[in-house]
Structure formats: structure tokens, C-alpha cells
Design a protein around this ligand. Structure first.
Ligand SMILES: Nc1nc2c(c(=O)[nH]1)N[C@H]1C(S)=C(S)[C@@H](COP(=O)(O)O)O[C@H]1N2
Ligand SMILES: [Mo]
Length: 311
């Protein structure tokens, strides 16, 4: 993979040199409240996925979805509304990829995606169940880091109540964005409590490899207790705010796609039941949907034990 070969440098850099360089980078980040890195700092980093630790809290009894389905059966409306967008998603240029973290924070940041990942590492692997609002499901091995690390780093102000996420806008490469009736760019939002939860994950890899473009390279959110549309792909902008963000799907059809969107078998979608889900695989298996997709122990307290948060 092209991305990988660019990343060989540190595997042959003595670790002390690498460590010193990391320190220099950290100092640079600390100089201004918001800075752009000079281009010579767009260094090639180690293939950080080589030293990924599996997080034992998030292994799964459900078998992993076959990689061929996870990477060829996708929702990424920027590239079209079919599941078969993996080829057209290869047009997305993810290197360079500048990300802005701004709004109500002490230390706003504009940074290259690779460098943000370096800064937030080490990378860990978590196996999470994934549940799309369309009633299909997968079980996926993500690598990445907890979103709380970003929160710690930028230090939100007291009045920051929500986090808004936004992806790219480039109709020239993303054909779906030529469809003007969609409220591009794709936007999502969480309360700051949700964003700080242990489960809230920034994925930078899948199946021990760099994150495929169709799965949201260079990084995307993964929120396993919520319907999949909340897990926004290919993030360009993260804004801490005092206003509740209106997400892409909520904006399109608020009676069908709620802000909370917590997985709940008892709250049907306007057009179908959510009682069961189809596990994608060679033989499609139908299993009951679990409240909070089975992650209640981590997130129930966020919702005052009210298990109804969908809208
Ligand atoms: N930017 C963006 N992010 C997105 C989507 C999208 O269309 N655009 N689709 C969402 C939906 S509906 C789902 S189910 C998941 C699918 O992720 P996957 O293709 O990696 O399984 O991505 C979510 N994130
Ligand atoms: Mo979805």
C-alpha cells in the first residue's frame, strides 16, 4: 500500500533519535495556540500499527466480520448512495490532510493528520460491534486512540458543551457531493460527556492495516453504542461549542434520524423495526438487537438510565 511505504522511515531510525524528534514536535505544538507546521515537519512516521496493543476490554465473542465485506460494503454518501463505493473512494487524497481542532478550547490546533496520530499515540486495537440504522451489523477490529486524548490535549473551556465534527467538501472527487439536496459537508455532533466516554474512539486503522479510504481515512469516529451514521468518516474539523450541532442525517430527515441515535431495539425507525439485525457475512445471520448495542455498562449513566434516547 502506498501509504505504508511512505511510513518506513522510523522503523530504521534509532529509537533515541525518534524520541528526540517527538519531543521537538511537541515543543512546536506548544509555541502558539494555533499553528501550522512547516512542510519539513511533514515527516514520515513509523508504521505505528506495528506495535499495536490489543485492548483486552474490547475483545468480542461474536466472530469478526470478514475483511472483504467490511471494506467493500460501505456507507460513504460523499461517493454515492450505494454500498459499492470502495473504488470511487480511492480518489480521496488523504496525504496531506490538514485537520483543525477549534472553538471553545484553550489550545486550538491545526495539524497534519499523521502528526495528530503520532501525538495521540500509542495506538491500540479494539474489537467493536457496529450497528447501522439500516439494521445490518458487523464486528470490526479498529486501531486508533481514545477521543478523550484530544480533549485532554486541547483543554475545552467550561462553556464547551458539545463537540461538532465535519468532514471534507470536494465535489470534484466526491461525486455524491454534486447532489445539492444533501447538506454537505457531512457533520456530526456529540455532547462533551459522550465525547469524553471511554468508548469514543478515533480509528486510524482496520484489521491491523492503515484505514482504507472507503472506511474513512485518515481517521473517523467509532461510537459502538450508537447507530453507525454517528461514526463520521474522514474528519477535517473538530469544533468545541456551546450549541447543539445538527447532524447531516438529522438535518435531512429529523423524524427518522435522531441526534442521540443510541441503538435501541424498542424504538423502531419510522420505516422499519429495529428489533433484529443482520450480521453481514457469507451466510447472513439474524440476531436480536441489544440496547446500546450491548455497551450499556459504559454509557447508560450518560442518559439518566432513560433508555429511550433516539431523538
Ligand atoms: N463522512 C461520512 N461518514 C459516514 C457516512 C457517510 O456517508 N459519510 N456513513 C455513516 C454510516 S450510515 C455508517 S453505517 C458507517 C459505515 O462505516 P463503514 O463503511 O466503515 O462500515 O459510516 C458512517 N460515517
Ligand atoms: Mo449506517
Amino acid at each position: 500500500m502506498k501509504f505504508k511505504s511512505n511510513y518506513q522511515e522510523n522503523s530504521i531510525t534509532p529509537s533515541k533519535v525518534f524520541f528526540e524528534r517527538r519531543k521537538t514536535l511537541k515543543k512546536i505544538f506548544l509555541i502558539g495556540s494555533s499553528i501550522l507546521l512547516p512542510s519539513n515537519y511533514r515527516l514520515a512516521f513509523a508504521n505505528i500499527l506495528d506495535n499495536v496493543e490489543k485492548n483486552e476490554n474490547f475483545i468480542n465473542t461474536r466472530p469478526l466480520t470478514l475483511e472483504k465485506y467490511a471494506t467493500t460494503y460501505n456507507n460513504f454518501y460523499e461517493f454515492g448512495s450505494s454500498k459499492n463505493i470502495w473504488r470511487s473512494a480511492q480518489k480521496l487524497e488523504t496525504n496531506p490532510w490538514l485537520v483543525s481542532i477549534d472553538g471553545l478550547v484553550e489550545k486550538p490546533l491545526i495539524i497534519e493528520a499523521k502528526e495528530l496520530v503520532e501525538l495521540m499515540g500509542p495506538i491500540e486495537e479494539r474489537i467493536y460491534r457496529h450497528r447501522c440504522v439500516e439494521a445490518w451489523a458487523m464486528t470490526l477490529p479498529w486501531s486508533g486512540f481514545e477521543f478523550s486524548k484530544i480533549i485532554e490535549y486541547v483543554q475545552p473551556l467550561n462553556n464547551a458543551k458539545y463537540v461538532q465534527f465535519e468532514t471534507f467538501l470536494d465535489p470534484k472527487i466526491a461525486r455524491g457531493q454534486k447532489q445539492k439536496w444533501y447538506p454537505w459537508p457531512y457533520t456530526e455532533g456529540l455532547t462533551i460527556q459522550e465525547a469524553s466516554n471511554t468508548l469514543t474512539f478515533m480509528a486510524t486503522g482496520l484489521y491491523g492495516k492503515e484505514l482504507p479510504k472507503q472506511n474513512g481515512a485518515p481517521f473517523r469516529l467509532v461510537l459502538p453504542w450508537k447507530y453507525g451514521f454517528k461514526s463520521i468518516k474522514s474528519i477535517k474539523k473538530i469544533t468545541f461549542t456551546d450549541r447543539k450541532p445538527i447532524s447531516f442525517w438529522e438535518n435531512l430527515q429529523p423524524s427518522e434520524y435522531g441526534f442521540w441515535a443510541n441503538v435501541n431495539p424498542n424504538i423502531p425507525h419510522a420505516r422499519w423495526s429495529q428489533e433484529n439485525e443482520k450480521l453481514i457475512g457469507d451466510d447472513i445471520k439474524v440476531v436480536p438487537t441489544q440496547i446500546f448495542n450491548g455497551y450499556g455498562e459504559y454509557v447508560e449513566h450518560l442518559y439518566n438510565n432513560e433508555k429511550k434516547y433516539y431523538f
